[in-house]
Design a binder for this molecule. Structure first.
Ligand code: FA5
Length: 347
């Protein structure tokens, strides 16, 4: 019996020595786990020895049991401290690998800025807000009814032609102007009202230095009692002087639009010579046509359910691309859409 105790003690110490040696050699977390199972697991070396406890004299059992427990505690502690040491080593290696040199100067990120057309739209909206207008929006894909019929444009009107307009179906098209927003606003808000609305418009126009098949307009509409042509001329005159400067002159030319009566087109002094006459304006002193306007046709008011005996109104639609050209002295509309940074960065 005495012998059995010594055999077991000897075996336990052997296990301890072997375990401590291999634990020190382990290099990965998986290896530590394998060693834990090998020495301390349910079917591990230590358990195997303890199965023979029954063969010991009863007074020896606590002695051998205590030795076994001490060895188990020591091995568990060693495995956990060695694991922690390995973890720290791995962490350190990772940190060293991912070291950031904060003294290196970073590459400069290019920050974009507003397109000149958007800048003009925002400037125009601010200006009209300061004159008591509200800003509303309308869809680029419109009904033929809002784009033409409601605006008193008869079926045989040339602007309705396939060669002038991008139709999606017979009844739906890409709006040819922002004027259908007038219809939407009057139907939704009724009279009195004072709105502006900016956005894209589309026409089958050939491209040249002042024409693009996609361009931008800003629509304005005022409906109230006693609105006259004098209000229209005054409003446009104020806006043009605010935008281009006090020396800018406006010229109203009689024109025809089916949805306004009377109607006019408006030119402003040449952006280059400011009226003196130069090559840019063919020595006329006037820039290209900037906008159309007029008194809202009574038929349009009635179509939207507004009493044309009580109310009258004026409306205008201006080409934002051309206004931006005049404002910055740009001589070709195509520059806005070519996305050449050398051009865009100047604004
Ligand atoms: C209209 O579109 C009318 N809806 C304007 C209007 C509104 C009149 C309210 C009366 C009352 P017009 O087709 O003339 O009108 O276009 C208005 C402006 O849009 C022009 O003066 C011009 O500045 C601009 N424009 C027209 N076609 C083009 C184009 N292809 N490229 C760039 N700008 C254009």
């Amino acid at each position: 019996m005495e012998n059995m105790k010594d055999i077991m003690k000897g075996r336990l110490l052997e296990i301890k020595d072997e375990a401590l040696k291999t634990i020190k050699e382990a290099r990965t977390l998986e290896e530590f786990e394998q060693l834990r199972v090998k020495f301390l697991g349910k079917k591990g070396e230590l358990t195997k020895v303890l199965r023979d406890m029954g063969k010991l004299a009863p007074e020896d059992r606590p002695i051998v049991g205590q030795i076994a427990n001490e060895i188990r505690d020591e091995l568990e502690e060693t495995i956990s401290s060695e694991k922690e040491r390995l973890n720290n080593e791995l962490k350190l290696a990772k940190l060293n690998k991912e070291k950031i040199d904060i003294t290196i100067t970073s590459k400069k990120k290019k920050v974009g800025h507003r397109h000149p057309l958007i800048a003009t739209i925002e400037e125009l909206e601010d200006l009209f807000i300061s004159m008591g207008f509200s800003v509303v929006s309308g869809p680029e894909i419109e009904t033929v009814e809002n784009n033409f019929d409601a605006l008193n444009s008869p079926e045989n009107h040339p602007s309705r032609d396939m060669s002038d307009t991008f139709y999606i179906t017979e009844d739906i098209l890409l709006r040819t102007h922002t004027s259908p927003v007038q219809i939407r606003a009057m139907k939704e808000m009724g009279a009195p009202l004072r709105i502006v609305s900016a956005g894209r418009t589309f026409r089958f126009d050939d491209v040249d230095d002042t024409h693009s098949p996609m361009f931008h307009q800003l629509e304005g509409l005022v409906v109230d009692e006693n609105i006259s042509m004098a209000n229209l001329i005054h409003t446009l005159d104020i806006f043009i002087k605010e935008l281009f400067g006090p020396d800018m002159k406006t010229r109203f030319r009689p024109h025809h639009f089916p949805f306004t009566e009377p109607s006019a087109e408006v030119d402003v002094s040449c952006f280059k010579c400011r009226g003196k006459g130069c090559e840019a304006c063919n020595f006329t002193g006037w820039s290209m046509e900037l906008l159309g306007c007029g008194m809202v046709h009574p038929k349009v008011l009635e179509y939207c359910g507004i009493d044309s005996e009580k109310y009258s109104g004026f409306a205008f639609g201006m080409g934002i691309d051309r206004i931006t050209m005049v404002k910055y002295g740009i001589n070709d509309i195509r520059l806005f859409f070519e996305n050449d940074n050398r051009f865009l960065e100047q604004f």
